[in-house]
Ligand binder design. Structure first.
Ligand SMILES: Cc1cc2nc3c(=O)[nH]c(=O)nc-3n(C[C@H](O)[C@H](O)[C@H](O)COP(=O)(O)O)c2cc1C
Length: 195
């Protein structure tokens, strides 16, 4: 059993978070845990027809982002299976900055901090543009600390014909980083010659 903790913070990209949770919920042998920040709840309203209640039905466990006493705040929670990873999708610059500064304002930051100190996989799907020097420095700090920095930058080489196809392809790239088997489209050598 793999345990995946998904932090959803208040950057643009809620449809991607929805796709990722949907994909994870369909995977055998994967248990999903989810934390949604206050900021994410605001962006969810702005970007999706999906309500928070609907989003969290896609996950096995949900935690209040303000509850710093919840399981993921403790190192031992991470080690009760041998393969726990954390993904933050989308990752806002506030969350990125808090992680880079080691400051736990909420449970997403604390859980990310624990993932880093315990040497576990932490994938950050950052979303902002353009990036300031502060954002870039924070990314560098977190990369050096062991995180995977994965800006939300979709590819076009699969010739996506809809937003859903594009999100599905990017979800697959995220699942690759988490070491999860999936059936999302991949780049193939012959796709390069389609045009
Ligand atoms: C509609 C909307 C879109 C936003 N998009 C982004 C974004 O793409 N990247 C970002 O860093 N912040 C974005 N923000 C600002 C964050 O939501 C804000 O900084 C918030 O405090 C982040 O808090 P959190 O990281 O705890 O979720 C957006 C806010 C709104 C309302």
């Amino acid at each position: 059993m793999k345990k995946i903790l998904v932090g959803i913070s208040g950057a643009s990209g809620m449809p991607l978070a929805q796709w990722v949770l949907r994909g994870l919920s369909a995977m055998p042998g994967v248990e999903t845990h989810c934390i949604v920040s206050r900021g994410a709840q605001r962006v969810l309203k702005a970007e999706c027809a999906c309500e928070l209640e609907e989003l969290i039905t896609l996950t096995d466990h949900v935690y209040d982002a303000e509850n710093l006493a919840a399981g993921p705040a403790s190192g031992s929670w991470w080690h009760d299976t041998d393969r726990t990873s954390m993904l933050i999708v989308p990752c806002s610059m506030r969350t990125l900055g808090s992680l880079a500064g080691g400051i736990s304002h909420n449970l997403i930051h604390r859980a990310g901090d624990v993932a880093l100190k315990e040497g576990l996989r932490l994938v950050l799907v950052c979303r902002e543009t353009p990036l300031s020097l502060v954002h870039l420095r924070n990314m560098l700090t977190l990369k050096k600390a062991g995180a995977v920095i994965m800006p939300f930058s979709p590819g076009f080489y699969t010739w996506p014909s809809s937003l859903e196809e594009m999100l599905q392809h990017f979800s697959g790239r995220i699942f690759d980083q988490l070491g999860l088997q999936h059936a999302c489209p991949r780049w193939r050598e012959d796709t390069i010659n389609r045009g």
